[in-house]
Design a protein around this ligand. Structure first.
Ligand code: AMP
Ligand code: MG
Length: 407
């Protein structure tokens, strides 16, 4: 497993092409350059509350019994700064986000005041705590976002606040997806006896998209060398081709045969279950990763090896997946000398942490285990996990868990 991961990461080449996208198209993309702020934020001292801009010394002894009485000389709404100066005994009405007028060094919230006939009564001492100082969030020229950063909603907001309308991002890797098998039928067609709907193309395509790639759906192909060659030759320029099926020992496992005959094979088979027989090779200029045909195996293998490959191509600096500590709630069967990845539903218990329940049927043909499982529980080689044991698991969507990275 470690060797396979190293191999895919070493063979994957970072994509050099970049493009500029508007903020509205930036979600999930990866920054291609460091990004510096074009302004200070805030660009001047401003107020965090509605109230009055005053001189702190004028309100030092204010209380509700003996309020400080200040003359209201004007207002400073957000975006329309007060043009004058706050002198001794004076106050300017001010609204959240508005610049602090000259002369003022404190703000008093409207709740702590009373206004009558042009006079402001301040009921307690005003302070600077509700002033947001110029550059409090960031300063002009500061590099806040780095090449390789994934663009999340928060970072898109930050980039906008920094003054950028368009962002330089890495071109998405184009990933061809081809399913093989005489029995494999496209959804929407009638299902002949012994047929199976093509689920791999769509599950793996979605995983590719989730990892930041652009799936290029190449459809399905019969189990003949000619058909396979023709499809691959017509695929156009791609950064990676993912096939499914046809990589085992069978007579009709032609992906493996084709790659053996015409490509350069980097490895075949990984000591794990599900997902034992994947093949990784180069065909001409293009990297080809042959995923197993079993739906669970195809997804698990893409998740563990294909996703890191795409991260490498994208130059993403976040971890492709993470490992968390769990306690098993069920028995998880091992796979002899191979590492087993069993599908589990995760629950969180404030005392015990994450609890992993088996999804039930763990057969690699049972797609629902991927649809309703949250994570892969790792069963180390040479053993089983009993209920109540500590173990590690890899959640499919760790972004929201705030947990430490594995890689
Ligand atoms: P193979 O690796 O080609 O021997 O296929 C292993 C199992 O996965 C067989 O039961 C296939 O019918 C099934 N399978 C292969 N390709 C797909 C696919 N695209 N969608 C769903 N099941 C598939
Ligand atoms: Mg097959």
């Amino acid at each position: 497993m470690e060797e396979a991961l190293k191999e895919v990461q070493n063979r994957a080449r970072p994509i050099a092409e970049t493009e500029r996208v508007p903020l509205t198209r930036a979600l999930g993309r990866v920054l291609a350059e460091d990004l510096a702020a074009l302004c200070d934020h805030p660009d001047v001292d401003n107020t965090a509350v509605d109230g009055y801009a005053v001189r702190a010394e004028d309100t030092r002894d204010a209380s509700s019994e003996s309020p400080a009485r200040l003359r209201r000389i004007g207002e400073s709404p957000a975006g329309r700064p007060f043009p004058g100066r706050v002198g001794p005994g004076e106050a300017v009405a001010i609204y959240t986000g508005a610049p602090l007028p000259e002369g003022a060094d404190a703000v008093i919230a409207v709740e702590d005041t009373r206004e009558e006939e042009g006079w402001v009564y301040v009921l307690k001492p005003a302070s600077a705590k509700d002033i947001r100082p110029k550059g409090d969030d960031f300063k002009k020229g500061e590099v806040l976002l780095k090449k390789g950063d994934l663009l999340t909603p928060g970072r898109i907001g930050l980039a906008a606040a920094m003054g950028h309308a368009e962002l330089p991002v890495v071109r998405r890797p184009r990933v061809g997806i081809l399913s093989t098998g005489d029995e494999v039928i496209e959804p929407g067609e009638p299902l002949p006896e012994g047929g199976v709907y093509n689920s791999n193309s769509y599950a793996v395509g979605a995983l590719v998209e989730e990892a930041g790639g652009e799936p290029v759906y190449l459809g399905r192909v019969d189990d003949t060398l000619e058909a396979l060659k023709k499809k691959l030759a017509a695929a156009g320029k791609l950064d990676l081709i993912l096939t499914s099926g046809g990589v085992s020992m069978g007579e009709y496992d032609l992906v493996r045969k084709l790659l053996e005959e015409e490509g350069e094979i980097f490895f075949w088979k990984i000591k794990q279950r599900p997902g034992g027989p994947p093949i990784f090779a180069r065909l001409g200029e293009t990297l080809v990763f042959g995923l197993p045909g079993n739906p669970v195996s195809a997804m698990v293998v893409f998740f563990l090896y294909g996703r890191p490959m795409l991260f490498k191509m994208l130059g993403r600096t976040d971890a492709p997946y993470r490992r968390i500590k769990v306690t098993t709630a069920d028995f998880f069967k091992g796979a002899g000398e191979k590492v087993a990845f069993r599908r589990a539903v995760l629950d969180y218990d404030p005392e015990a942490g994450f609890i992993a329940r088996s999804v039930g049927n763990q057969s690699s043909g049972v797609i629902r285990s991927m649809a309703f499982g949250d994570a892969l529980v790792i069963v180390p080689a040479g053993r089983h996990l009993e209920a109540g044991e500590p173990a590690f698991a890899i959640p499919f969507r760790p972004e929201n868990l705030g947990l430490p990275g594995l890689h």
